[in-house]
Design a protein around this ligand. Sequence first.
Ligand code: PLP
Length: 399
Amino acid sequence: MIAERLALDGGRPVRESWLPFHRPRIEDDEIAEVVETLRGGWLTTGPRVKQLERELAAYVGAGHAVALNSGTAALHLALEAIKLGPSDEVILPTYTFAATGEAVAYFGARPVLVDVDPLTLNLDPSAAAAAVTDRTRAIIAVDIGGVPCDYDPLLELCRARGLVLIDDAAHALPARYRGRMVGTIADLTALSFYATKPMTTGEGGMLLTDDGRYAERAQIMSLHGISHDAWKRYTAEGSWYYEIVAPGFKYNMTDVAAALGLRQLTKQDRFRAERAQIAARYDEAFATLPAVECPHVPDWSETSWHLYILRLQLDRLTVDRAQVIKALAAENVGASVHFIPLHCHPWYRERYGFAPEAFPHAYQQYQRTVSLPIFPGMDDRDVDDVIAAVSKVIDHYQR
Ligand SMILES: *Cc1c(COP(=O)(O)O)cnc(C)c1O
């Protein structure tokens, strides 16, 4: 990384070498499975993709799984499956990644942003209820950092108003809400296998649902709108025959990616346990540190610990969050921010005229958040270094 870093007071950094914010955990069996796939000669969607769909659906307990080339594609096809139209509205939290809102805009529909619970950073069910209109078709809940949303009131709201509940669970494999596995709660659930996510295929995603009609539609639209049923029905025509039933997309997962996913899936419980151990050590160390607040995990939920989002008490510090991240980098510790609320970005600001204070909880919490490294493969010394670096920086800038 950067050749020379000046730590606080010009001293030695807490760590000799750079600790990245995230490093994917790829082991020998993933590498072997990918090599075997390459040698086997079947590179694109094939037996490994089908196997990954079966195994992931079984792991989560979902009725159907459709493998895709991104989590964004899963959100897009979820909204396509419910036939979202240009005059429709979809409610979603402003505190999320770009993909959650853009998938709604793809249809010319309106992404209706709402504020979040300041403790969990997740969609506030009462804010969602207040935003429902005659045009609302769906709610997209996002499990920030892997902490499940409060689903019971959201499910009740959706049932009462005839809305579809979609879970953007890009962070939440594996996570549980009141004992129920994320992926079995909403009508449709989107997973991401991006490089930094709990499970990775490099790039990839999965759409989960118990509704066979949604799954079939997503399957067809993921590959040019070509119907496999029509294909099967007319096999008498020969294996060259196919039928296009709608102008679809090119969202299919490759067998090379699925090879990575098949091995990654077997490790998800172990990876989560490793992240939970790191989180427990952070919680213990930071509980007594002034001017910071540890992540809030409601006792009815089990987080995936995808992210460890530390909150700064800015009124007790002499600097802002950006300076804290800069100081951590000088100690050779990578940190990040999740997320810049959607309503603070130019497209949303200009199109809908949002001021930063339009969603006060999201805006205030955004300014306080620092995501610390939490990935399987960090050893005890790495965790010690993060704790030492955070403690040093906070002590230094404390009021
Ligand atoms: C990563 C992410 C996505 C998109 O996933 P991709 O696989 O990168 O398309 C969607 N929503 C959230 C909250 C994410 O963090």
